[in-house]
Design a protein around this ligand. Structure first.
Ligand SMILES: Cc1cc2nc3c(=O)[nH]c(=O)nc-3n(C[C@H](O)[C@H](O)[C@H](O)COP(=O)(O)O)c2cc1C
Length: 178
């Protein structure tokens, strides 16, 4: 099988990580992947905030009520903030960079998980974005789209079963009602 296709089939969201730190060369490659991501009009509106401090990771995991737990268990989190004044498809730009980061992590044999921040809230009603901005000193003009938690895998996940892919979502030539 083609190596890239194999990577796509084997990449699964990993939410449990070992204590092992990620070596600096791998961290650099992962960040380079984000910086290599294509952006609308090459505006490169993103900022990547690298967090490795245990206490900060714990605090980041409290950015919303549900679904941010993996950050507290990870040795590394990359917070993706964007400047919407630079380009209108800023959500797309941030999302592509996040995907590149996840794929580079997978190519290095590491596990990662996308933690949604934009549009999410803490139990006390505070928007997750504001909480993360304040915690890390990110200007309030830069919305936080997501956080990617990354670490050495401490759980096994099966590759995607490609026989179950939703081919009915593919329309050849024209829309076809199912
Ligand atoms: C936009 C987006 C938001 C997500 N938000 C979260 C999240 O907040 N917490 C979480 O644990 N996983 C989150 N995920 C991971 C998805 O749950 C996961 O990708 C999906 O269940 C498919 O599983 P897979 O990645 O193993 O193929 C998110 C994924 C995407 C693309």
């Amino acid at each position: 099988m083609d190596q890239f296709h194999e990577l796509l089939v084997n990449r699964r969201s990993i939410r449990r990580y070992t204590e092992e730190p990620i070596d600096s060369e791998s961290v650099k490659l992962i960040l380079e992947a984000g910086l290599l991501a294509p952006t609308s009009k090459s505006s490169r509106p993103w900022q990547f905030i690298v967090v490795e401090d245990k206490e900060k990771l714990q605090q980041l995991s409290e950015c919303k009520e549900h679904g941010a737990g993996p950050i507290a268990r990870a040795p590394l989190a990359i917070v993706i903030a964007v400047d919407p004044s630079l380009t209108d498809p800023w959500i797309e730009d941030a999302s592509i960079a996040a995907s590149y980061i996840q794929l580079q992590a997978a190519a290095l044999g590491l596990g990662s998980c996308w933690i949604q921040v934009r549009g999410r809230f803490r139990a006390d009603g505070i928007p997750a974005e504001e909480y993360v901005q304040e915690l890390l000193g990110i200007p309030e003009t830069l919305p936080v789209v997501c956080i990617i938690s990354i670490g050495h895998k401490d759980e096994e996940r099966k590759p995607v079963d490609t026989s179950k892919l939703l081919w009915e979502k593919v329309h050849i030539g024209t829309w076809k009602e199912i």
